[in-house]
Design a protein around this ligand. Structure first.
Ligand code: ADP
Ligand code: MG
Length: 341
């Protein structure tokens, strides 16, 4: 695993890699009504550039999946904008009704942790993929079977797999089917929500490498949600660190791992690399409980668990500040004291 992970992948270069595909601005999702809704995502802003792999990390309950579901409009936002630069003028996905969003659904796909849960056990893989193609009116008639075979080959499966049922596959193969189903509709952008979590460590690297290869081949843009800090370091160009529905830090991957700025990011990365190559760095359990997102702390939401917290943190608004080009974080205390490299 670690040997595979240590081979760096070529990063996209040139102006295309800089142009935004999605601009998330002040995005909010509150669940429930009344005085104390669950603030799953609270004023989150970040950009996803064309052709990049953006990592999204944070403890369980920090709002990662909700962001993934907002970008794919599986849930409706409470507020904010999701500017999509597909073809032509930018569209605000957050402002579209479900009906208006439908034509864009093929461009923005999501793959989940457990592909088995979303595969109908009575459908052959051929039918699963055909259904995806039908939904968007793609590859009709005689073009159908060759397209299904092409999709299977793209994800490392064989053409004869088309006639099998989901239970006949291993976990890794099922995740490949989930990826094939997402690719069937020719997306530009894929949200991968913890796509490795249900897989044996021994096959995680294969799926990571498949995602990396497909991204390059097909010119995809990826949002990669994970609690595996090593895989994120390997696969992602930039990383967004989330805590209690808020962005703590955004940086190019190398800068984030070499020089984390926010006390929360530092806590996440503080755990020394594990010498056993079979084990990998995962989001550690931090001291103290995650506050309820229905009752977030005032000021900086991390302050109740922060080693540097002082009185002012309870009243200071959290604003993302840029400390290096492209490196932003939301702690006023460390803002002017970058650690030495
Ligand atoms: P993560 O993926 O980082 O673990 P989630 O986005 O799943 O976090 O959840 C963020 C917060 O929103 C959690 O407190 C979770 O309980 C809450 N939440 C997520 N979905 C719902 C829902 N459908 N209804 C109510 N609360 C929800
Ligand atoms: Mg999740």
């Amino acid at each position: 695993m670690s040997a595979v992970l240590q081979q760096p992948m070529a990063l996209p270069t040139g102006s295309l890699a800089e142009a935004p595909l999605l601009e998330v601005q002040h995005l909010r999702k509150y669940f429930g009504s009344g005085a104390h809704p669950v603030r799953a995502v609270d004023d989150v802003s970040f950009t996803i550039r064309q052709g990049e792999t953006l990592g999204l990390v944070g403890e369980s309950g920090s709002g990662k999946s909700t962001i993934g579901r907002l970008l794919t409009r599986l849930v409706d936002p409470t507020g904010g904008q999701i500017l999509y630069h597909g073809a032509g003028a930018a569209q605000d996905l957050a402002a579209l009704s479900q009906g208006q969003y439908r034509p864009l659904r093929s461009k923005i796909q999501i793959i989940f942790q457990d592909p088995y849960a979303s595969l109908n056990p009575r459908m052959r893989i051929r039918e699963v993929l055909a259904e995806a193609l039908d939904t968007h009116g793609l590859a009709k008639g005689r073009a159908r079977l060759p397209r299904i075979h092409e999709l299977l080959q793209q994800v490392g499966l064989r053409t004869e797999h088309a006639d099998r049922f989901p239970h006949e596959f291993s976990g890794g193969q099922r995740q490949r089917i989930g990826i094939a189903r997402a690719l069937a509709v020719e997306p530009k952008f894929i949200v991968a929500d913890e796509p490795l979590s249900a897989l044996d460590v021994s096959i995680q690297a294969q799926v990571v490498n498949l995602l990396g290869e497909l991204k390059e081949q097909l010119g995809l843009t990826l949002l990669f949600i994970s609690h595996d800090l090593d895989v994120v370091e390997y696969l992602c160009d930039r990383v967004v660190v989330l805590y209690l529905g808020r962005v703590m830090e955004i940086a190019p991957t190398e800068a984030l791992y070499a020089n984390p700025q926010h006390p929360y990011t530092r806590a996440l990365l503080a755990a020394a690399p594990i010498p056993d190559p079979a084990q990998r760095r995962s989001i550690p359990l931090l001291q103290g409980d995650l506050p309820s997102p229905a009752h977030p702390p005032s000021g900086c939401v991390f302050r109740t668990r922060c080693p540097l917290a002082e009185e002012r943190c309870a009243s200071t608004d959290m604003l993302l500040r840029e400390v290096q080009p492209g490196h932003l974080h939301a702690c006023w205390k460390t803002a002017h004291h970058p650690t030495s490299p």
